[in-house]
Design a protein around this ligand. Sequence first.
Ligand code: ATP
Length: 358
Amino acid sequence: MANVTLRNVRKTYPGGFEAIKGVNVDVGDGQFCVLVGPSGCGKSTLLRMVAGLETVTGGEIDIGGRIVNQIEPADRDIAMVFQNYALYPHMSVFNNMAYGLRNRGMKEAEVKTRVDEAARVLELTSMLERKPRQLSGGQRQRVAMGRAIVRQPKVFLFDEPLSNLDAKLRIAMRVEIRKLQRRLNTTSVYVTHDQLEAMTLADILVVMNGGQVEQVGNPLAIYEKPATTFVASFIGAPPMNLMSIRADEIKSQLGSTDAGILGIRPEDFVITDQTPAGGVALPLTVEAIERVGAETFVYGTRAQDEQRIAANPGELPPGEVIVRIPGSEAPPIGEKIRVAAMRQKLHLFSGDGRTRIE
Ligand code: ATP
């Protein structure tokens, strides 16, 4: 069994900066865990601590039932794939993949068996004699993966492995990585700042902010019930509309008594003159339209006198609402429209955004 468990893990860098402030995560055997969050939230620091490349200030890192805080990276039975691939430029693809195995004194026959098998899985067999500079970015990325696979580690660690690839290749490699991980069934921890990559890869999604975990769970469950306004605006694109609402408004709409923040995802609005029972309706003036093919984003503002719900400062520009509608039919710019969302599509948070009310 190769679970990865983080118990109250903390990191203070020399100089006193507290980068990780007590993180608890439990990744089960064979699961794919994605750490996601904005730049500087501490996800690389956390991954590097699991790898043993960074010392742990407090708490425990447990890999397969063994606390590894004091164990050297080479003895942790992990393999890491880096953003820059870290390939040896003067070595062939075969030798790049074989390097770590030979270093451990593995017999050449076994080295060849493992490299050939990894090359077959990664469709690199015809490229084994090439040097890294004779490969495309995606192929280099696969060699980097191959180097991790041949080790047959308990755990794969990925540090933004796709961020040097163009958009199309990123998607293709994202699917490849997921297929490969399902097939090998190796516990994985993967760092990205890309929420879409995180949503599509993760069995367990860990959303981080400021050195802390904002929410952990199944990606769809997090999308459907974000625990904080930070998670609500980070997961999903375009982001959830967030609006401050007064106590009396919440009371009439949601039966609660506290002032708070109302969240509605762009895709949960429909353009209609009806107001669904218990739902909300907003009059909007259309300011901009973005057609992206299968769907259209409508950017609207609530006119001052119609603005029953004041915008939440810092989340969206005052009065701006994004509505996502299927197809390419859209109202003209300048038109006054009315949009509505059903009761079950409303998210309600405390006024500070730190707690989900319903
Ligand atoms: P990014 O997506 O930009 O790589 P990240 O979430 O991976 O960001 P980290 O690289 O883990 O973030 O950094 C977390 C915080 O710790 C940042 O504020 C960073 O400036 C700080 N930090 C990182 N390395 C060091 C270091 N060696 N000494 C001091 N502070 C550091």
